[in-house]
Design a protein around this ligand. Structure first.
Ligand code: HEC
Ligand code: HEC
Ligand code: HEC
Ligand code: HEC
Length: 221
């Protein structure tokens, strides 16, 4: 009995240790903007994306400056798609505020009192002296025509190879993925596939793509 208990404790400790090693959050991920700069007196990590007051847009309490791009080239809609692709909206536009390279990673609306506006440098070769992404895998740019369509309507009624959605979710093989918008047809956005706060499943994936399960949760192929 005692031995079983000890074993149990050891197993629990082992699970605990593995969680400590593998759990990822904003602080220990590439989405901790503090790791991409030096000389910023303020040490907050949420502030680059969120503010508790006076947010714009209000959901999800957004603090980062909007993309400076006037328009984006989108996935070619004419030939093959059943749904329609719009200009990036909502959550996707929030991601592109940094990932299109038009806006500095630390350009924010509400700056805390000890926020440094001078003397901040960006050691990474992927970021320019003004704080904008200029290279590396994270730079998507404003030409999204060679990227998986986003802000695309999820038309499982027209494209019968799409798994059936239940309201704003697609539930398949025990996985749940989020669609966006107020009513059917909902749209696929960056955050349908990516979890911005957690890089456990790199690169910031919602669910594992082993066996292409991320793809197959939406596509019945
Ligand atoms: C790089 C940008 C970024 C950073 C940094 C960030 N968030 Fe977020 N957060 C987002 C985006 C984008 C959404 C909306 C995502 C969605 O709907 O999946 C969001 C949504 C949320 C939500 C509401 C939805 C949810 O997932 O529960 C909470 C709460 C939240 N963030 C808290 C935080 C906190 C606390 C921090 C700091 C530890 C933080 N975030 C850092 C981008 C960020
Ligand atoms: C405040 C700026 C900012 C916002 C907003 C932001 N990101 Fe990022 N993201 C970054 C930076 C900076 C990196 C790391 C770039 C590097 O290391 O070269 C990064 C890295 C990533 C990576 C990993 C790329 C790699 O090289 O492994 C993914 C995936 C990603 N972001 C997706 C998203 C998605 C999806 C959203 C919106 C839900 C989002 N990001 C919002 C700044 C941002
Ligand atoms: C349909 C799912 C899906 C959507 C929508 C999506 N991504 Fe991704 N993204 C992925 C997958 C899967 C990977 C990993 C690709 C790989 O490793 O080969 C990835 C990789 C990335 C990377 C790492 C660099 C790269 O090219 O490998 C970044 C940065 C990124 N995504 C940002 C975004 C942003 C920003 C959006 C919205 C504009 C977005 N993603 C929309 C599935 C998606
Ligand atoms: C959240 C749901 C979702 C996920 C996850 C997803 N897709 Fe899609 N994908 C869609 C929708 C919706 C369309 C548009 C289909 C249409 O309207 O014809 C699409 C379009 C496509 C197209 C273009 C089809 C065409 O007719 O031009 C390809 C190829 C594709 N997806 C591959 C992938 C791959 C590969 C993955 C995994 C990395 C993936 N998708 C993940 C929802 C998803």
């Amino acid at each position: 009995m005692k031995k079983t208990l000890t074993m149990g404790v050891i197993i629990l400790l082992a699970i605990g240790a593995s969680l400590i090693v593998y759990a990822s959050n904003v602080a220990n991920s590439k989405h901790n903007m503090q790791t991409h700069m030096t000389g910023q007196a303020n040490t907050e990590i949420c502030v680059f994306c969120h503010t508790p007051h006076g947010a714009s847009p209000a959901i999800p309490l957004w603090n980062h400056d909007p993309s400076q791009a006037s328009s984006f080239a989108v996935y070619n809609t004419s030939a093959t798609l059943d749904g329609s692709v719009g200009q990036p909206a909502d959550i996707s536009l929030a991601c592109l505020g940094c990932h299109d390279g038009t806006t500095a990673i630390d350009a924010i609306g509400n700056t805390p009192s000890n926020w440094s506006t001078t003397g901040v440098t960006y050691p990474s070769a992927n970021i320019d002296a003004g704080g904008k992404l200029i290279g590396g895998f994270a730079l998507l740019g404003t030409d999204l025509s060679n990227d998986h369509p986003i802000s695309i309507t999820y038309r499982d009624d027209l494209d019968t190879d799409l798994q059936t959605n239940t309201g704003a979710t697609v539930v398949q093989y025990g996985n749940t993925l989020q669609l966006y918008g107020a009513a059917d047809p909902y749209t696929v956005e960056c955050a349908s596939c990516h979890n911005v706060h957690d890089n456990t499943l790199q690169p910031f994936l919602r669910i594992s793509n082993a066996g292409s399960m991320l793809c197959r949760t939406c596509h019945n192929k």
